[in-house]
Design a protein around this ligand. Sequence first.
Ligand SMILES: Cc1ncc(C[n+]2csc(CCOP(=O)(O)OP(=O)(O)O)c2C)c(N)n1
Ligand SMILES: [Mg+2]
Length: 800
Amino acid sequence: MTNAIDASELSFNDFKSIVINDYKIAFESRQASILGRREVLTGKAKFGIFGDGKEVPQLAMAKAFKNGDWRSGYYRDQTFAFATGISTIKEFFAQLYANPTEGADPFSGGRQMNCHFATKSVNEDGSWNDLTQIKNCSSDISPTGGQMARLVGLAYASKLFRQNKELDYLKHFSVNGNEVAFGTIGNASTSEGVFFEAINAAGVLQIPMAISIWDDAYGISVPAKYQTTKEDISEVLKGFQRNDDQPGYEIYKVKGWDYPALCEVYEKAIKVCRDEHVPVLIHVTELTQPQGHSTSGSHERYKSKDRLSWETEYDCIQKMRAWMVESAVATEEEIVEVEKNAKVFVRNAQKEAWNEFLDSIKPEQKQVVDLIRDIAKHQPELAKIAANLASIADAQRREVFAAARKAIRLSASFGSPERNDLLAWYKQQAKFNHDRYNSKLHTDGKESPDMIAVVNAIYDEQSKMVDGREVLNACFNENFARDPRLVAFGEDLGNIGDVNQGFAGLQAKYGELRITDTGIREMTIMGQGIGLAMRGLKPIAEIQYLDYLIFALNVLSDDLASLSYRTKGIQKAPVIVRTRGHRLEGIWHSGSPISMILGALRGMHLCVPRNMTQAAGMYNTLFRADEPAIVIECLNGYRLKEKLPGNVGDFTVPLGKAEVLEEGTDITVISYGSSLRIVQEAAEELSLLGISVEIIDPQTLLPFDTTRVCVNSLAKTNKLLIVDEDVPGGASAYILQKVLEEQKGYFHLDGQPKTLSAKAHRPPFGSDGDYFSKPSVDDVIETIYQMMHDANPTKYPSLF
Ligand SMILES: Cc1ncc(C[n+]2csc(CCOP(=O)(O)OP(=O)(O)O)c2C)c(N)n1
Ligand SMILES: [Mg+2]
């Protein structure tokens, strides 16, 4: 049975059964919220946030949502998820319990809080599913408004699929760009900057984005008067309304308890959005929170008696029920029957989910109890650990493993075959637990960057010396010709071909749909990339200067970098973030905040090429792979001459492979990006002083030197210096951890390892500002000389 309501084509009985079915879904959803809260308050789950009070508009939204469409929403949308089949009630509870067993929580593998949904875009081997055949839900995140940036990209993809005929062959991703990207957001979250940025971007781009605002007049305890000008977001946004002369939005306002009006508005709004590719905004007002915001508190603390009684009266389910009776769609008895069945159904689903969760741990509990009891035969004091564990009625995995580890520790001095059995069990389980709790930081599928064949650059006598930017330009040109999925966009990237001319001339050649200027809106440039990449395209999303990455860091960290992990690999977004950084001029054009990136963007690859040829090789790898990455080109390198490889669009630089740039015997210097040229220059003078420097370029910091080039060098030189332009204790500390701890480099040192970084402040403008703030050739020479002096003061007398 279809659930669409088109009264002209329906008999009354069909209409009636659709409405009753809708009511059933809403009522079940409410029961799930009520039971869910109880599960948290009785300690069976840690926290809960539910969609009660928002059920009815989501029924209407679900009706308008077709296969191939996308949702980018927030934690209130469980009713939509039930109505579309994106979630079952049992799965909802499995997520509430954080059940990591395969298939129990299909959205996040037990990793996300409840009501954080996602659908399966990617198969086990990393290949794409047919996204036109499913109702797609991009993985939810908890930061309020965080869904907005990605929403722009999801909608923008439809525009590209409709307008760029070269993409017609991508049958798995789109049917003529007919797909609508549905967003949902709470009224209070519209105060976030990313909301306004996204609304403006979609209006400019004219894309099929349908944003619903669930307005319950609160954001936790803070009422609308502190949130929104005029306390009315659609009123405020009226200037976005399109008219006969100017494109813009269609804006609708509808009461959230009015089921027939909601169905009508959604049908109308989504038709405009889908057919004309016009963004629409549906402001759904007068919604409630029957149980308050979340399980963290009660709303009686901050809502007045009047408000609370209004919420009871205007509860959308109650209103829908009254309408059904008044308009004779259903009798009281019929409704009571639906409600009775729904309660039983939800209760059973909850019980099943809880029992499955416990049953997944019980065998482990029993095994550990038995294994410890066996050891206790020789070591009676361990019997208590086994008894304690056995006595826990609903054991968590943590408790099972804490007991096992304690027993392993306490039996260390009493080796026995029984202890070996426990150890063997523990080691085997560690693999399963890694999969449950730690896997899939990267997609690691068949198109992982690791799997891309290494192709060396080819040079011959005819190879020309060109500006660095021309190497990039040639690389982009060849790849855009090869792969129609590639698109690039950013500030000044289209018409003039970016501020350093890497894309010069390419918009004219490949068209505005593929190489495009954007507004100054870093968050949604990243979101544009994420949405496109989730829908099978290959975006290069540009941040004009590395310093301005900070404006987009939330989107990259919360959404892109966590995507594979938080969905346990069922979604991916191979966005390539292109930017340029390191030393140039002034406080905001010479940034090298690498430790910020290392700290915030685990899950992405971080490429720090020393020149444009290496950058091109990395792009060639990334264009053929399917994981997200950030490439930082050297700001001061675009006009330096480099030799143009004959296979500039094909040669690849593998990620994680460090290179020895210059061999030496006295000291190992690790550096990257623009600093490498400084180190190389310093090494020339040092050789005159009789000091032989081995210079290593890790080329990528995530991953870092997977073949242990650094430690092998250290084994030879026994001295280590790290040079970079980050703050002291920034990326250089990360490199120390990698080389000294992970690669066990400490073992080879014969003196104190050193780091030479920029000063803790940003550099003043002008060459002198650079000289006194960033590591200079003089600084490198003197630091290395001092290290040699420390080791052998006779041979290297003090300089100062
Ligand atoms: C960036 C960010 N800031 C703060 C929070 C904490 N927080 C969670 S929900 C919420 C209120 C959201 O209110 P609203 O958008 O109206 O949605 P509602 O819960 O009312 O449906 C806040 C402040 C968060 N999750 N993310
Ligand atoms: Mg709200």
